[in-house]
Every structure is written in structure tokens, then in C-alpha cells.
Design a protein around this ligand. Structure first.
Ligand SMILES: *Cc1c(COP(=O)(O)O)cnc(C)c1O
Length: 337
């Protein structure tokens, strides 16, 4: 099967498994795992952030960040299709007692202007706005990338209003290789960043939370409360460090592959349009909504898996376990459907 359902489906390569096998480990709740320290230090350095914390998942890093930045009764501002709101099981309310101000915006991205328009005044009627959260790349936006200039405008507005700015950077490295932006300059705009190692970077488990020393100290406490204190997790941290060192530059290949699929999809008469590909996500809008499951099955019969992505929508995600040969075979398959 050629599996485009998600970039989380990758399996560790032999070289990654070897890095895992030879990892030195210790008890990380005691803060004594050398492989976890090594990953956290490497990532903090790479991003120019003070400190980092290795966590179980991107949901956990986002939820920890929200919990540290807010107080019950407060409000987080985010796009209405953002992962933190739509795909984290209501965790904003359940874990932190916070409500969400959901903004619209082009392809999963919000602007300084919309945030400024919706910030609550200091009035007893309103929840206190406590956090702004961005997603880059934006999954529901078909892997859309934020313009760094817009992020800088949002950041300056947050600074003026004493609001922390969080980044759900599950696929941040895809954005970085696509734009060529300086990682440290980019990261300096945020008070906290969540980065997934288990998506396009190809590690089996884990996400990193990055921020200031004091923030990470609080995050470590919340991670324990959320049940995410791990023991000899250096084995998986070693996979994560291998991924950060070896699998970033190659993301350009995934982006080229996604572009190649897009070029073929737009020729099909059953396709209404394709959300213009910016990174590794291809969202196909169908002419007839009721053909979605039929088309998914036709691909399946040809050994190709993709995902339903809403009404009349398909999602194909390229990743390191889809080879150029498999892309060529997929293009042939698209021609025959
Ligand atoms: C995958 C993803 C996450 C985190 O998901 P986990 O499965 O919990 O690691 C967060 N945000 C976005 C945008 C994602 O795509």
C-alpha cells in the first residue's frame, strides 16, 4: 500500500533504529536521561530558545502550553479550524477550564487585524483574553504557511497587550524548508513552540515544547500532572534527535512530490480544484460531494490510501516513506481514475 493518509504513518529507518538501540538512558522524571537532555539541548540550540521539554505527543505539548499560559475562565484566540480546538478532544476546556475565541482566516491562518478586532475589552462581562495561538503549517489550510511579516505584526500586537503567543508547529520544519526563513529569527517571535517529531520528520513518537527556562520549568510540572512523565524514554528521544539531524532537508522532496500530485489532480474532470500546494499536504475538492467515498475506494483498489477530509474533500500527505517510484505509480493511477 502507498499510504498518503498522514505523515504520522512513517516507520523508523534502520539508521534511526540503530540510534535508538545505542541510546544511553536514565529516569527522565528524575531528570537523568542523557539522550533526552541531548535532544532537548540540541533543539533549544537549533531554535535559539532557552529550553526544551520532550513530551509524548503534539496534543500534549499544545495542551501543556495552554495550561501554563492561561487561568481557568480565560480565553485563547485561535483559528476556528486549528488543531488545538478541533482535534484535541475539547482539551482547552477540559484540561485548562479556558474558552476559545474562534477566528476565521485564509487557509487556517489568522491576522493581526482579526485578533485585534476580537480582543476582549477589560469589562466584567467578558472572559479575559490570555493567549494567542497560531498553527504553521496549517493542516486544515492544506499545509498553508504563515508569512513571517504577519507573524511579526501579530507578535508586536501581543507584546503591546501583554499576551503570550504560542505556535502549534507540528509541521514547522516543512514551513522552514519551504520558506528558507531563519529558524532562530522565526522562533524568537513566540513564547512557546510545539514541534512534532513523529510527523514528516519520521520519528515514531514524541514532540518538543520550546520556550523560556521558567516556562519549561512550569511545563515540566504540568507534563507530570497530565501523565506524561516518562522514565527511560531516551530510546525514543534518540530517534527524535536523529530525525531533527537527518530528516529536515529532505522535506523538500515531499513538497516536490505533493506538487507533482497536484499537477495531475487538476487535470481530472471529477476534481473541482486543489488547494494550492505549499508544503506536503494536497487537499482535493471534488466536483460532486457524494463521489468522495467512491473515489477513496477506487484508489484503495489500486493500492493507494488517502483520507476523507470533510464534505467532498480528500487529503493526500506526502512523507519520507513514499518513494519517487511510488509517486510515479500514484500519478499513473490518477490518470486511470
Ligand atoms: C498532528 C498535529 C498535532 C499533534 O498531534 P499528536 O497526534 O497529538 O502528536 C498538533 N497540531 C497539528 C496541526 C497537527 O497536525
Amino acid at each position: 500500500m502507498i499510504d498518503f493518509r498522514s505523515d504520522t504513518l512513517t516507520k523508523p529507518s534502520m539508521a534511526m533504529r540503530e540510534a535508538m538501540m545505542s541510546a544511553e538512558v536514565g529516569d527522565d522524571v528524575f531528570n537523568e536521561d542523557p539522550s533526552i537532555h541531548s535532544l532537548q539541548n540540541f533543539a533549544a540550540d537549533m531554535f535559539g530558545m532557552e529550553d526544551a521539554l520532550f513530551c509524548t505527543s503534539g496534543t500534549q505539548t499544545n495542551q501543556i502550553a495552554i495550561n501554563v499560559h492561561t487561568q481557568p475562565g480565560g480565553e485563547v484566540v485561535c483559528h476556528w479550524e486549528s488543531h488545538i480546538y478541533k482535534y484535541e478532544g475539547g482539551g482547552i476546556a477540559k484540561n485548562s477550564g479556558v474558552s476559545a475565541r474562534l477566528l476565521d482566516g485564509d487557509r487556517g491562518r489568522i491576522t493581526r487585524e482579526s485578533i485585534a478586532n476580537w480582543m476582549n475589552p477589560d469589562d466584567v462581562h467578558y472572559p479575559i483574553t490570555q493567549l494567542v495561538s497560531l498553527e504553521d503549517t496549517a493542516n486544515r489550510g492544506g499545509g498553508a504557511i504563515y508569512d513571517l511579516n504577519e507573524i511579526k505584526k501579530i507578535k508586536s500586537w501581543c507584546v503591546e497587550n501583554a499576551l503570550p503567543l504560542h505556535l502549534d508547529g507540528a509541521r514547522l520544519m516543512n514551513a522552514m524548508v519551504a520558506t528558507g526563513n531563519d529558524i532562530k529569527e522565526y522562533a524568537s517571535q513566540f513564547d512557546s513552540i510545539s514541534l512534532c517529531l513523529s510527523k514528516g520528520l519520521g520519528a515514531p513518537v514524541g514532540s518538543l515544547l520550546l520556550g523560556k527556562k521558567d516556562f519549561i520549568k512550569q511545563a515540566r510540572r504540568v507534563r507530570k500532572v497530565f501523565g506524561g512523565g516518562m522514565r527511560q524514554a531516551g530510546f525514543i528521544a534518540a530517534a527524535g534527535e536523529y530525525a531533527l539531524k537527518s530528516n529536515v532537508e529532505r522535506l523538500v522532496t515531499d513538497h516536490e512530490n505533493a506538487k507533482a500530485l497536484e499537477a495531475e489532480f487538476v487535470k481530472k474532470d471529477w476534481v473541482k480544484d486543489v488547494v494550492s500546494v505549499m508544503t506536503n499536504i494536497v487537499v482535493v475538492n471534488l466536483k460532486q460531494n457524494d463521489q468522495r467515498d467512491l473515489i477513496i475506494n477506487k484508489f484503495k483498489e489500486k493500492g493507494i490510501l488517502c483520507m476523507a477530509f470533510g464534505v467532498g474533500m480528500l487529503r493526500f500527505v506526502t512523507h519520507l516513506d513514499v518513494s519517487s517510484d511510488e509517486i510515479a505509480r500514484t500519478i499513473e493511477a490518477i490518470k486511470t481514475i
